[in-house]
Design a protein around this ligand. Structure first.
Ligand code: HEC
Length: 130
C-alpha cells in the first residue's frame, strides 16, 4: 500500500527532525536540573535585588535605610525562630515598615528567598564556632 511507504517516508525523512527533538529534550532536561539546583542561587539573587537595600547583604539590617526604617536583623533568633509560613506571610503581605512583595514575587520566589534568609542563621553559627 502507498500509505505504508508514506509513513515510512515520514520517519525516514524525519531523522533530522528526531535529532533536533532529542537535542531539545536534552536542553530541557538540563534546564530543569539547573533550575532545581539554582533554587538557592535564585533566592540569593532575589535577595540582592529586593531586600539588600534595607536588610543588607549579610541580613543584619545595618544599611542607612535599614536603620532608618528599623529593618529586622534577619540573622537574629527572633526572626529565625519564626516558621517558614510566618516569614512567607511577612514577605508577601508586609509588616510595619517592611513593604509587601506579594505582587512582585511569586510564591516560589518568596520560598526561595526565605531559604536564603535561613542561610544567615547557619552562617552566624559557623562564625561563632570558628
Ligand atoms: C524598604 C525596606 C525593606 C525592604 C526592601 C525589605 N524589608 Fe524586610 N523588613 C523591613 C523592616 C522595616 C522590617 C521590620 C518590620 C517590623 O518592624 O515588624 C522588616 C522585617 C523583615 C523580616 C522579619 C519579620 C518579623 O516578623 O520579624 C523578614 C523575614 C524580612 N523583613 C524579610 C525581607 C525580605 C525577604 C525582603 C526582600 C524580598 C525584605 N525583607 C525587604 C524593611 C524592608
Amino acid at each position: 500500500m502507498d500509505d505504508r511507504s508514506v509513513v515510512g517516508g515520514q520517519w525516514g525523512g524525519g531523522s533530522g527532525l528526531r535529532v533536533v527533538m532529542a537535542g531539545l529534550l536534552l536542553l530541557l532536561g538540563v534546564r530543569l536540573a539547573a533550575a532545581q539546583e539554582n533554587g538557592k542561587a535564585a533566592g540569593a539573587a532575589t535577595f540582592k535585588v529586593k531586600c539588600v537595600l534595607c536588610h543588607g547583604a549579610d541580613g543584619a539590617g545595618n544599611t542607612p535605610l535599614g536603620k532608618q526604617l528599623q529593618a529586622a536583623n534577619l540573622r537574629s533568633k527572633e526572626v529565625q525562630k519564626l516558621s517558614d509560613e510566618e516569614l512567607h506571610k511577612v514577605v508577601h503581605d508586609g509588616q510595619a515598615n517592611m513593604p509587601p512583595f506579594g505582587e512582585q514575587l511569586t510564591d516560589d520566589e518568596i520560598s526561595q528567598v526565605i531559604q536564603y534568609v535561613r542561610t544567615f542563621a547557619t552562617s552566624a553559627k559557623t562564625a561563632k564556632k570558628q
